[in-house]
Design a binder for this molecule. Structure first.
Ligand code: GMT
Length: 374
C-alpha cells in the first residue's frame, strides 16, 4: 500500500509512535510518506520505501499566526495526487484530522477518493481537544474519519464521554520494538550517572504540567533517604526550569542529572532500575512501556490508560495522583531487595512483550484493508 502518515515530528509520544509505525510498515514492504513540518526525530537513516514531504508555511506580514492547517491540507492534496497514495493515517486529531478532511473533500472534487484514519493519542482529547476553542472541529473531523483508533480503552471511553461520536473507535495499543530495547547497559554510561553503583531512577517526558515533574522530584527525594540512588531526567519542556530550581531548593541537585532531549533512548533505559511516571493523566504511557521493555519496573499513577499496562505489585505499582508517600514507599519496596527487584524487572519485560511491534502493527494493516474495502 502507499500510505501517508501525518504526525507531530517532535519528541512527543504520538510522533514517536507514528514514526515507529511508519518504519515497521515500510519493513513490511509498504511505501510510507511522512507529511509534516520537520523531519520526525525518530526518522533516521535511509530506507528505499520511506519518503518525507515537508509542509512549508510561508511567512507573510499579515499573519500573526501562519495558517499551518491550510498549508498541511494543500500539501496532502499534492502528495496524495503525485504519489498515488491509497490512504492517509493521521496521528493526533488537532489539526491533522481536519486537514485530512479538507484534503479529502478537495480530492473528491477532482474524482479521487482518499480515506483517512485518525488515531487519537491523548491530550488531543483530554486536554486540548475538549477545550471549547477546538471541540466542534475536533468532534466533526473525528466523525468524518473513515476509521478511528484510540491507544487505550481509557482513551476510547474518554472520547465517547467528551464528544458526540457516532462511529466505532477501535483500540490499538501503543507498541514497542522489544529487540531494540533489550540492550545491555553500557558500563561507562552507568558509571557516569551512578559512580558508586547507586540505583538509577529514571523519568523521561516532555516536561509539561500534565507530567507532574515536581512529584518525580519529591518522590525521589524520599527514595534517596532509604536507597542510595541517582535521579536521571530525560527530555525538556516548560517545567524544566521549575524542576531544576526545586532540586536546588531540596539540596539534591548533585544527585540529579538533567540530560535534555535524547535520541538513543534504548541506551538510557538500559541503565535504569526504576521508571517514575506520576502523570495527572496518561492515555497510555509509551515511555513507561519502553522502560518496561528494557526491564524497568514502573511507579505510576492510577490515571488514564496506565492501569492497562502497569500491573499492581507485579511489574510496578499505581498510586493516586499526587500521592508522593505512596509512590516513594512502593519504589523503596521494590528497590530495597535484590530478588524483589529482579522479579519486577522480569515481569516488566514480560509485560512489554505483550505489546511487541509484531503483535500490534498487523492490527493497523487490518484497518487499512477495511477502509479500502478489501
Ligand atoms: O505525553 C505527551 O504529552 C505527548 C503525547 C503526544 O501526543 O505526543 O503523548 C500521548 O500519546 C502517547 C502515544 O500514544 C501516549 O503514550 C501518551 O500517554 C499520551 N500522553 C498523554 O496522554 C498525556
Amino acid at each position: 500500500m502507499n500510505i501517508g502518515i501525518v504526525c507531530y515530528p517532535t519528541f512527543g509520544g504520538s510522533g514517536v509512535l507514528a514514526t515507529e509505525l511508519g518504519k515497521a510498515l515500510a519493513d513490511e514492504g509498504h511505501n510510507i510518506h511522512f507529511i509534516t513540518y520537520q523531519q520526525p526525530v525518530r526518522l533516521t537513516g535511509f530506507s528505499a520505501n520511506i519518503f518525507y514531504h515537508e509542509v512549508r508555511v510561508p511567512a507573510y506580514p499579515l499573519f500573526d499566526f501562519p495558517p499551518y492547517e491550510t498549508a498541511l491540507a494543500s500539501t496532502l492534496v499534492d502528495v496524495v495526487k503525485n504519489n498515488r497514495l491509497d490512504l492517509l493515517h493521521v496521528h493526533y486529531a488537532i489539526p491533522h484530522a481536519s486537514a485530512a478532511y479538507m484534503a479529502k473533500q478537495i480530492l473528491a472534487e477532482q474524482g479521487l477518493h482518499i480515506p483517512f484514519i485518525t488515531t487519537l493519542h491523548g491530550t488531543d482529547i483530554t486536554l486540548v481537544g475538549k477545550d471549547k476553542t477546538y471541540a466542534p472541529v475536533v468532534s466533526f473531523s473525528i466523525n468524518q474519519s473513515d476509521a478511528i483508533t484510540a491507544v487505550s480503552n481509557n482513551l476510547r471511553e474518554e472520547t465517547y464521554a467528551n464528544f458526540k461520536i457516532q462511529k466505532e473507535i477501535e483500540v490499538i495499543y501503543n507498541f514497542v520494538d522489544i529487540e531494540r530495547f533489550n540492550k545491555k547497559p553500557i558500563d561507562a554510561f552507568k558509571k557516569a550517572i551512578a559512580p558508586d553503583g547507586e540505583k538509577v531512577i529514571l523519568h523521561a517526558s516532555n516536561f509539561r504540567k500534565v507530567k507532574r515533574i515536581a512529584d518525580v522530584i519529591h518522590t525521589y527525594n524520599q527514595i534517596k533517604k532509604e536507597i542510595p540512588s541517582k535521579l536521571l531526567l530525560v527530555g525538556d519542556g516548560p517545567e524544566r526550569p521549575m524542576a531544576e530550581e526545586l532540586c536546588r531548593e531540596l539540596g539534591i541537585f548533585e544527585e540529579t542529572r538533567f540530560v535534555g532531549k535524547q535520541q538513543d533512548m534504548e541506551e538510557i533505559y538500559a541503565i535504569a532500575d526504576l521508571f517514575l511516571l506520576p502523570s495527572e493523566y496518561e492515555s497510555f504511557g509509551l515511555a513507561a512501556l519502553e522502560a518496561m521493555a528494557a526491564g524497568s519496573p514502573v511507579i505510576a499513577t492510577q490515571s488514564g490508560g496506565l492501569p492497562e499496562i502497569v500491573i499492581q505489585g507485579k511489574n510496578g505499582y499505581l498510586s493516586p495522583v499526587g500521592d508522593i508517600d505512596s509512590m516513594s514507599k512502593n519504589a523503596i519496596k521494590i528497590l530495597s531487595n535484590e530478588s524483589t527487584l529482579k522479579a519486577f524487572k522480569q515481569a516488566a519485560r514480560a509485560q512489554a512483550e505483550n505489546f511487541a511491534i509484531t503483535n500490534i502493527v498487523p492490527q493497523y494493516e487490518a484497518i487499512y484493508l477495511k477502509v479500502l474495502g478489501q
